[in-house]
Write a protein that binds this ligand. Structure first.
Ligand SMILES: C[S@@+](CC[C@H](N)C(=O)[O-])C[C@H]1O[C@@H](n2cnc3c(N)ncnc32)[C@H](O)[C@@H]1O
Length: 455
C-alpha cells in the first residue's frame, strides 16, 4: 500500500480545485483529498494538516496565497465555523453557480442521466435574513445563560446575537427570551450530565402575519414562575401569540420531545403562502424560506400542468400547503403525511380557506399508498415532497403501478432526487426537466422540482 506523503501538523501549499457538497474547499495531494474550510476553487493556500484518515483528511488555512474572484471580503468567520452560513465567504453569484453545477453533477454521476435538462437556478433578490424559524441551543458559558450555535462537529456553544440568515426579529426575540429566562434563574441544560433544564429556544415568525411562536424546550416539566416569564416575554414582544413548553427528558441530539404544554396564548401561529392562510403548530414542518417556498410551489404547479378533471395526490403533504395551493385548479386532492399534528393542521387549513375538495390522511407514504391503490384510488398527478433520504423503492413501485400521467417531485436533496428519478426512468417515466430553487442562501443546500411524465 502506498504511504501517505502528508501527516498531521504538516504545513503544505495547496491549490483548491473543487467545493465539497457541504461547502468545504477540496485540494488533492498526490490524489489524496484534503478538505479545507473557508477556501474556494481557484485559490492557493498554505495550510496546516489537522487530521488524516484513510480516504481523506482535513486542513486549515494559515495563509491565503491567491484569492478567487468569488471571494467575499470582511466576513464574520463565526458564521462559517458554526455551519450557520458555510458559503458566507462566496459571492451570491458564485453560490448559485456552484449549486446549479451540483445538480447537474448528480444527474450525470449518480443517475447516469447526462441528458437531463437542468434549468437555471432561481435565486433570491435579497439572500440574507430569510429564515422564518430558528432552533437555538442554550448552554451556560462563562457563568451566563447563553444562546448561539455549536462549533461545527462539536457541542461547544459559540455565543451569537446576529445569525445573519434569520429574520432579524427572530434574532431579537432570542435575546429577549434568553434574558427573561436568566432573570428568573432558569438553569441551562448540561449535556454531559443530561442535567439542568433549558435545552433550546425555538422561534417561528410568520413572514406575512408577523405572528410569533416561542417554544421553550426543557429537560423537565418544571418551569418555576412561568406565568411571570411569559407575561414579560409578551410585554417585550407583542407579536408573540403562542408560547409552548416542549419537554425532552432524553440524552439525545433530537431537539423536540413528545410532550407539549401551552404556556401562553394558542399552540400555533398562522401565516400565508400564495394568498392562502395556514395554521402551523410547534411540531409541524413548514418551509423555512417563505419567499422561495412560493417560487417553488408555483414551479411545482406549473410542472403539474393541471386540468379541472384531475385527481392529485400530495404525498408528504405536511400542513397541506402544496395541495391547498392548487386545489381550485383540479377536481380533488388527496394528501398524506406521517405526522398527526401536521394532518390536524392541514384539515383546519382546508376549512380556513373554504376548500372542500381535499382529504388528508395520516400514514407512512410507503404503507398508505399501497392501501389507496388496493382501494381503487387513481391519480392523474402525483406530487411528492419527501425528507432528505428520498422515496422508498416500494413507494416508487406503488406509484408506477398507480400510473399517474405526471409526477412532480419536490426535493431538498439532489442526490436522492437523482437516484429516484433514475428508478422512475427505469420503470416507464421520462424525466422532462429539473428546476433548482435556492431556498437556503449562504449554505450549500439546494431545493429542486422535477417533472416526470408517463411514457
Ligand atoms: C420536506 S417536508 C414537506 C412538507 C410539505 N410538502 C411542505 O412543503 O411544507 C416532508 C414531510 O414528510 C413527512 N414525512 C416524513 N416521512 C414520511 C413518510 N414515511 N410518510 C409520509 N410522510 C412523511 C414529514 O413529516 C414532513 O412533513
Amino acid at each position: 500500500m502506498k504511504t501517505l506523503s502528508i501527516q498531521k501538523n504538516d504545513t503544505i501549499t495547496v491549490s483548491i480545485i473543487d467545493l465539497s457538497h457541504d461547502g468545504l474547499g477540496v485540494a488533492k495531494v498526490e490524489g489524496y483529498p484534503l478538505f479545507i474550510e473557508n477556501t474556494l476553487p481557484g485559490e492557493e493556500a498554505e495550510v496546516l494538516v489537522l487530521k488524516t484518515g484513510k480516504k481523506f483528511g482535513f486542513a486549515k488555512v494559515l495563509n491565503l496565497l491567491k484569492e478567487s474572484p468569488d471571494r467575499v471580503k470582511d466576513i464574520d468567520e463565526t458564521l462559517i465555523r458554526t455551519g450557520i452560513a458555510p458559503l458566507h465567504h462566496m459571492t451570491y453569484e458564485g453560490q448559485l453557480a456552484f449549486k446549479e453545477q451540483q445538480v447537474n453533477n448528480v444527474f450525470q454521476r449518480i443517475a447516469k442521466m447526462p441528458e437531463t435538462k437542468v434549468l437555471p437556478i432561481i435565486g433570491m433578490d435579497n439572500p440574507v435574513e430569510y429564515r422564518n424559524k430558528a432552533q437555538i441551543p442554550v448552554r451556560k458559558v462563562n457563568g451566563q445563560l447563553s444562546t448561539g450555535f455549536f462549533r461545527k462537529n462539536s457541542h461547544d456553544l459559540v455565543p451569537l446575537e446576529n445569525y445573519y440568515i434569520q429574520d432579524p426579529k427572530i434574532d431579537e426575540a432570542i435575546i429577549i427570551v434568553r434574558d427573561v429566562m436568566e432573570k428568573y434563574g432558569v438553569k441551562a441544560y448540561i449535556e454531559a450530565e443530561n442535567n439542568g433544564n433549558l435545552r433550546h429556544i425555538i422561534v417561528k415568525r410568520g413572514h406575512y402575519s408577523n405572528e410569533m411562536m416561542i417554544v421553550l424546550v426543557t429537560r423537565t416539566p418544571k418551569l418555576f414562575n412561568y406565568e411571570k416569564m411569559v407575561q414579560e416575554i409578551h410585554q417585550q414582544l407583542p407579536e408573540v401569540v403562542s408560547i409552548v413548553q416542549n419537554i425532552n427528558p432524553d440524552a439525545t441530539n433530537v431537539i423536540l420531545g413528545k410532550t407539549n404544554k401551552t404556556l401562553f396564548g394558542q399552540n400555533y401561529i398562522t401565516d400565508e403562502l400564495l394568498g392562502k392562510k395556514y395554521r402551523i403548530s410547534a411540531q409541524s414542518f413548514y418551509q423555512v424560506n417563505t419567499v422561495q417556498a412560493e417560487v417553488l410551489y408555483q414551479k411545482a404547479i406549473e410542472f403539474a400542468n393541471l386540468r379541472k378533471s384531475d385527481t392529485v395526490i400530495d404525498a408528504y403533504c405536511g400542513i397541506g400547503t402544496i395541495g391547498l395551493s392548487l386545489a381550485d385548479k383540479v377536481d380533488k386532492v388527496l394528501g398524506l403525511e406521517v405526522n398527526p399534528d401536521a394532518i390536524a393542521d392541514a384539515k383546519i387549513n382546508a376549512k380556513m380557506n373554504d376548500i372542500n375538495n381535499v382529504k388528508f390522511e395520516i400514514g407512512r407514504a410507503e404503507y398508505l399508498m399501497p392501501t389507496w391503490l388496493k382501494d381503487g384510488i387513481e391519480a392523474d398527478v402525483l406530487i411528492v415532497d419527501p425528507p432528505r433520504k428520498g422515496l422508498a423503492e416500494s413507494f416508487i413501485d406503488t406509484a408506477v403501478e398507480m400510473a399517474p400521467k405526471k409526477i412532480v417531485y419536490v426535493s431538498c436533496n439532489p442526490a436522492s432526487l437523482a437516484r429516484d428519478c433514475q428508478l422512475f426512468a427505469d420503470k416507464g417515466y421520462e424525466l422532462k426537466q429539473v428546476q433548482p430553487v435556492d431556498m437556503f442562501p449562504q449554505t450549500p443546500h439546494v431545493e429542486c422540482v422535477a417533472e416526470l411524465i408517463k411514457k
